[in-house]
Design a protein around this ligand. Structure first.
Ligand SMILES: Nc1ncnc2c1ncn2[C@@H]1O[C@H](COP(=O)(O)OP(=O)(O)O)[C@@H](O)[C@H]1O
Ligand SMILES: [Mg+2]
Length: 289
């Protein structure tokens, strides 16, 4: 699957981006940006507005609709385009690649930097799933998917900055809006690994990293075999940190317990390794103050 924003990126002009940015600013105030406000919002003559709208429509970056009156809204691909444009301007991204993983709440693609490094680009899509769209019947501009997704990118970047390189996590490189760029990990999701030669040291290495993160006063909050990447040499990396909580959070203990429980449960079921949850938790909290 190719991302719409990547597909049309080569054809995008600076004028398209400027007009999209104007729409983005107005989106704070309008569910549908009214047709008759576009002159004021963009400061462009009518003819230019029509030209830009027809292009953005053709690229599937905006959509028109009828509320009380005719108006426009930026589609997720439009926000993707704005973020990619900025990341390219900042010399962070040079070329875009293929899908690495379509997750629960994000699409991850690989990309190349101007210095030819391969990176992972995470497009957050919080609350865009079919189910949650049905649940949030009224669209509220302030709490739409884009705001939640921007928060997620910012929070994950913040966590990775604190954790890297003490804890084995992807290196944070940059973020823009809802898009996060990190180093690319050539590994396999733990859940996908058919068998591990030496599961005990892998479990120990995961728990060592959980402890190291806890020392940094960070609790993952969504730890499972799906958010751990393993390499053939037994190295592990913990990914997907947007929901992290500080160690002094009121639910911190509960979240740490759940994180560790998930991992122990997986290793018990899959590798018949039996560890006592309370003992492991004690060991993680030891010497961490
Ligand atoms: N830095 C990375 N390098 C390589 N693959 C990654 C990286 N980050 C994520 N992935 C892949 O994309 C999947 C989804 O990413 P994740 O951050 O867990 O988002 P989600 O919230 O959608 O679960 C991961 O399970 C993994 O397979
Ligand atoms: Mg995940």
């Amino acid at each position: 699957m190719e991302l719409q924003a990547i597909k049309v990126f080569q054809e995008i002009e600076e004028g398209d981006i400027e007009f999209l940015s104007d729409l983005e600013k107005a989106a704070d105030r309008f569910e549908w940006i009214p047709d008759d406000r576009l002159t004021k919002i963009s400061d462009l003559p009518e003819q230019d507005i029509e030209y830009r709208l027809s292009r953005l429509n053709k690229f599937n970056l905006v959509t028109g609709g009828m509320a009380k009156y005719e108006g426009y809204r930026i589609l997720p691909a439009g926000y993707d385009t704005l973020a990619l444009w900025n990341l390219a301007q900042r010399d962070i991204l040079e070329a875009f690649g293929r899908a690495l993983g379509i997750g629960k709440e994000a699409d991850i693609y690989d990309a190349i930097t101007p210095t030819d490094e391969r990176v992972a680009v995470k497009f957050n899509r919080l609350g865009l799933s079919f189910k949650s769209l049905k649940e949030t019947r009224s669209y509220s501009p302030k709490h739409g998917w884009i705001d939640a997704s921007k928060d997620a990118a910012r929070r994950e970047f913040q966590a990775l900055k604190k954790l890297h390189p003490k804890v084995e996590v992807p290196e944070p490189i940059a973020y823009d809006r809802h898009v996060l760029v990190t180093s690319l990990i050539e590994g396999e999701e733990l859940s996908e690994v058919a068998d591990i030669d030496l599961p005990e040291p892998v479990l120990d290495e995961i728990l060592r990293n959980v402890k190291e993160a806890y020392k940094t006063e960070i609790i993952h909050g969504d730890l499972s075999e799906h958010n751990i990447l393993t390499k053939p040499n037994g190295e592990v990396l913990i990914i997907d940190w947007p929901q992290w909580k500080p160690a002094d959070h009121s639910e911190a203990e509960e979240l740490l317990r759940r994180d560790v429980k998930n991992i122990l449960k997986y290793f018990r079921r899959k590798f018949q390794i039996d560890r006592d949850l309370e003992e492991v938790l004690e060991e993680i909290k030891e010497n961490s103050d």
